[in-house]
Design a protein around this ligand. Sequence first.
Ligand code: ADP
Ligand code: MG
Length: 451
Amino acid sequence: MLTPNSIWEKSLKSLETVVNVYCFQAWLENLTPVDIVDNKLVLSAPSKMAYAVISDNYLDKIRTAIQQQDLFVNDVDLICEEFQSDMNRIPKPTNVEVAVPEGVSLLPKYTFDSFVVGDSNKFVHAAARAVAEFPGVRYNPLFIYGGVGLGKTHIMHAIGNYIKQFNPNKRLVYTTSEKFTNEFISALIPSKNNTPNQYSNMQAFKENYRTADVLMIDDVQFFENKPSVQEELFHTFNELHNENRQIILTSDRMPKDIPSLEERLRTRFEWGIIADVQPPSIETKVAILQMKAEQERYVIPRDVFFLIAERVESNIREMESLLSRVSLYAKMLNQDITIELASESLKDYIDHKKVQMSADTIINATCKYFNITRDDIVSKKKTKEIVEPRQIAIFLILEFLSLPLASIGQIFGGRDHTTVIHARDKITNKQIDDAKLAVQLKDIRNMINGN
Ligand code: ADP
Ligand code: MG
């Protein structure tokens, strides 16, 4: 079984061979594996000192050790308990995303007031305002779609909070497609103690949703491939819509792009208005950061906002976590936040979307240089014309980007990290006395750098 403990124990064994024994005992052995989140092993440092030393010196080694154990877990996330408890004493540290139970109920902090409007979201904002003010009257359903972390859930909660405040008699039901599905499934299962529970459960389930004045369902893309749930949703939808009750849906895609969504449900999703949230411009990103900083009472110079905004492609949640990372780092060192400190604290951060793009740039340059196709380079083909360019591309990706080995393996058709290591070592050694290869590498580097 994949547990934080088992992965960490094995990682320690391999770290022991690469770290000097005193440092190993003083720092690494005292880390506690606490969780696995987003493919990262979360390690807790016992003190601020340990946190600082490990952050500055051992993260790369730890990451490599973890990658050798497991393909799924390929990175490390270092936390510090002492520091967390400090944070808790600071007034109102609503630490951005850490423990928000999404999909359970409306979050009071997601309001229209705390939503920054820019070109990327002004359309959805206007539609949401109209729906909040006149639920069930205009735009029914309101279908909000857009990429991860762009504010869909926030805007949906904002509508809910607005109605709750100005229209308190309306019965709001907020759910996620996941919760709806789980409830539906458990309503189907007869209870063990022989009461006529199956029926009454289903009855209760239906009643809950069909008596809503406003029904909000987050992330409806997860309804794909669930015909019986879709059928239930279809009837719920009709009943509510017939009575002019408001329906609000979010999704990461347009209805037409959700595979295996029943046609009749798809058309219904498209009955009202479809509003998309676009990735924010740099100005909007900075405005959002500024607002978050004020909420959290961080004192931050403006150029730091730009630094963070430029680091992240579009995901606002990601931006928020960089903001708290910068502030955490400053508190730990007991210094003011400056641009130097911010760059230092973000040096390990990788925006996976950006990295993905850069990996593409490297692959494209390599393919172009050798006149082969992208399909070939990521394929399983073992001919010499393909193998060496593939190894070169891998070598250069490692040189340019600090990308986990397993992710590189993924890009190259799901190979494992040993293949990646092999490719790197092969090219590293060969270039030493192979002048032709050295020139090729130089040319491709120039292409990547746009020279
Ligand atoms: P999604 O549901 O689209 O994945 P969320 O609604 O969860 O994204 O937003 C992610 C984070 O970004 C939340 O903390 C949210 O408050 C914040 N956020 C997104 N858009 C805005 C905005 N326009 N103004 C302020 N905060 C925003
Ligand atoms: Mg969401």
